[in-house]
Every structure is written in C-alpha cells, then in structure tokens.
Design a protein around this ligand. Structure first.
Ligand code: PLP
Length: 412
C-alpha cells in the first residue's frame, strides 16, 4: 500500500460515503451564510455574495400561489414530472423566447435549476465520462458532474477574452472519453454573453463530434446594452437530439425561494430523469408550480423593470471597481455579476496582512471592510473575486466605497 492510500475501512466503519464525502459545500452559499451570521451579530456587513435579486416576487405571482393554497387539488401528490399545465406553458414560453417548438413531454419540472443540473448529469453520465466545463464555472457544475460519476474537464478563460471560450480551446480539451460540454450564456460568475456566431460555432462543433450539450439559460432575460441572448439549440437545430436545456423562474421573476426550474431535452432523457426524480423528490411543491405557471405564462414586464435597475448598478459597480489600483473589471453584458481580476493586489500589504490568494483577500475584505465577496477559487480560477450586484443601489455604493478605501491602502 502506498503512503497516499487511505487505510481500507469496512462498510460499517465508514460513516459518510466516499462519494458524498468528497463534495465541498457550495462556496457561494457559504459566503452568504457567513455574511448573514455576521450581520445577525450586529456587524454592518454588506453582502455581494448571493446570486439572488433583491426585489420581491411580483404580486400577481404571489396572488396565484395564495389562491393555489386553498385549492384542495394542490394538497395532494401530482405527477412527479410536473403539472401538465406548467409543462405546456414552458413549451409555449420556449417558442416565445427561443423560437423553436417542443412537446410538453420534453419538459421535466424540477426543484430549481440546481436539481435540473444534477438530474441532467445523473441521467446522462456513466463513470469516467468526461464533461468539458469552461472556467470560470458556476461552482455547482463540477460537483454535480462528480456526483454522477463523471469527470469535469475545466477549460480556463480569462478577462482578455471576456471569459469566452473558443472552439479551439474546447477541441484541445476533447478526448475519446468526452461525452458532454457545458455551455452557459449569460454566465455565472462572469456575466459574459456569447455573440450568436460563437454560440453557433460551439453548437456545430458539438454536433460534428457527437457530443451532448448541457446549456444553462437561467439568465436569458438579463442582458444589457447591445448584447443579445442566443439559445444554442435554437440556432443549431441539429444539436437538439443531444441537448438538455436548464432553466427556471428564480432569476427572471425574483423567485429564488420558490424552487422551480426545469429541463428541456429529448424525450428519452426526460423520461429517465423523471424516473430518478420520482424516487428522489416526487413532484415539486404544487403551490410553487402554480406560481411558476403564473410567471411563465405572463408577460416580461417585471423582469424589464429589474433589468433597468441591474443595468444601472452594473455600470456603477464596474466604474467604481476599476478606480481601484491593481483590480481589473471587464464590463459584463449579462446576469448580475462582475468578475474582476485582483491579481495586481495579491502579495501587497493591507492593514498589516499580506493576502497571497483571492481566498485570503476576500477574508481581509470581510474582516476589515465588512464586505462579503466570493473568491475566484470557488469558480476554478484563483486570482479573481465575484460580486453580485443584485443588491440595493445604496448598499452597492457603500460596499464598493469601503473596498476602495481598504484596497487603496495596499502597499508593496
Ligand atoms: C448559472 C445558474 N444556473 C442555475 C442556477 C440555479 O438556480 P435555482 O436552483 O435557484 O433555480 C443558478 C443559481 O445561482 C445559476 O447561477
């Protein structure tokens, strides 16, 4: 036995399974929890950690849910794969927003986008299957790929390409074990939005090599300026037989707490994922599904108002962050995150400390400026910070001012 091999344990000695024991806590939720705990203890912490809109869910959606509570049909189990009327509305919404037709049997309603991601990988991957994941990536993808027995293969991008991966980079990462590629635009954590030509190029490359695509469209309605959202299966129809689309109501309708998402995909994969869900969680809460039905079958007025506020905050945060020496913040075109490089600040002295990594810098910022940000390590790229600008204008300005003051003290 080599020194690195852990001693064999019998099944009764092993407490947590190796599979689950190897998963790390969601770093973004951990930062948010730490910030909330400090706030509860009386410290005036401003949190840029959580990826959730600060707006309440629109009233007509809440009213639909309140009514649903009184309907006894919703007090019972319903089909595990989702309420038929919600699946039909998601099919119509797909036609409205992405411009292509799907059958409601191609929809599985899940407990948020996160369950959609987990179930997509679980339904498609066998042990050892490789999945190419452009980095910086949202922290949930590699963990759910590993949970399904797959192997995440990161392809690292940086601020010089606006965090957009090229087909050449993807091709360099492809092996005979590659089964899937993950494609996310607008992106969490970078806010990058791929132009249509690039989306097409990635889709065509996947088709050419028979690869599956998991595309996450949860930020489809949050794009700014001249940027436009492009749905990959809409512009590359040939990919549809090997494509799963993840989406949900959380970000578009300020409904993070309601927990409704969905997968759109080929019927056999949807059936397999629905079988898994039927044993894991059964149907998503009926009240939340009725709320989601009101959301997706209504208009997009509420998201348009939120988009205006996010756009204003986006411009403010980019301007203020770029005033800090040693920090470089590209202007994102979508979602509600900025992803500045802080490489120019690492190793400098700040109030008697010398943070050498972005994790350490984020700790100094939390302790000294009482501002919570997520270090790039959580997204597979050390040397960066993620800040969500889905918080109030005043908090945003105050939080970044505190960072300016603190980081302005950095010395060699
Ligand atoms: C890219 C992306 N996909 C999916 C989700 C999951 O959203 P939810 O599970 O709240 O529906 C998130 C949430 O942060 C996200 O950023």
């Amino acid at each position: 036995m080599s020194a690195a091999t852990p001693p064999a344990q019998s099944p009764t000695e092993r407490r947590v399974s190796a599979r689950i024991g190897s998963i790390s806590e969601s770093a973004t939720l951990a930062v948010d929890a730490k910030a909330k705990a400090l706030k509860a203890s009386g410290r005036p912490v401003i949190g840029f950690g959580a990826g959730e809109p600060d707006f309440p869910t629109p009233g007509y959606i809440v009213d639909a849910a309140a009514e649903a509570c009184r309907d006894t049909r919703n007090h019972r189990y319903t089909p595990a794969g989702g309420l038929p009327e919600l699946k039909a509305a998601i099919a119509e919404k797909t036609l409205r927003d992405s411009g292509y037709e799907i059958d409601p049997a191609q929809v599985l309603v899940t407990n948020g986008g996160k369950q959609a991601i987990y179930e997509s990988f679980a339904a498609l991957l066998d042990p050892g299957d490789e999945v190419i994941v452009p980095a910086p990536y949202w922290t949930t993808y590699p963990e759910s790929i590993r949970l399904a027995g797959g192997v995440p293969v990161p392809v690292v991008t940086d601020e010089t390409s606006n965090y957009q991966v090229t087909v050449e980079q993807l091709e360099a990462a492809r092996t005979e074990r590659t089964k899937m590629v993950v494609f996310v635009s607008p992106s969490n954590p970078t806010g990058a939005v791929y132009p249509r030509a690039e989306v097409e190029a990635v889709g065509q490359w996947a088709v050419e090599h028979g690869l599956w695509v998991m595309t996450d469209e949860i930020y489809e309605h949050l794009v700014y300026g001249d940027a436009e959202f492009t749905s990959l299966p809409a512009v590359v129809p040939a990919v549809r037989d090997k494509c799963v689309v993840v989406n949900g109501v959380a970000k578009t309708y300020a409904m993070t707490g309601w927990r409704v998402g969905w997968i759109v995909g080929p019927k056999d994969v949807i059936k397999a994922a629905a079988n898994l869900q039927s044993h894991a969680t059964s149907n998503v809460s009926n009240v939340a599904q009725v709320a989601a039905l009101a959301a997706v079958s209504g208009d997009l007025e509420a998201v348009s108002a939120m988009r205006t506020a996010f756009d204003r905050r986006r411009r403010t945060i980019v301007r203020m962050l770029n005033e800090i020496d040693g920090l470089v913040c590209p202007e994102p075109e979508g979602a509600f995150y900025v992803y500045p490089s802080v490489k120019g600040l690492l190793g400098k002295e700040i109030r008697g400390k010398r943070p050498a990594t972005s994790v350490e810098l984020a700790e100094v910022i939390l302790e000294e400026a009482e501002v919570a940000v997520v270090p790039g390590e959580a997204f597979g790229t050390p040397g960066y910070l993620r800040l969500s600008y889905a918080l109030g204008d005043e908090d945003l300005a105050e939080g970044v001012s505190r960072m300016q003051k603190l980081l302005g003290e950095a010395r060699d």
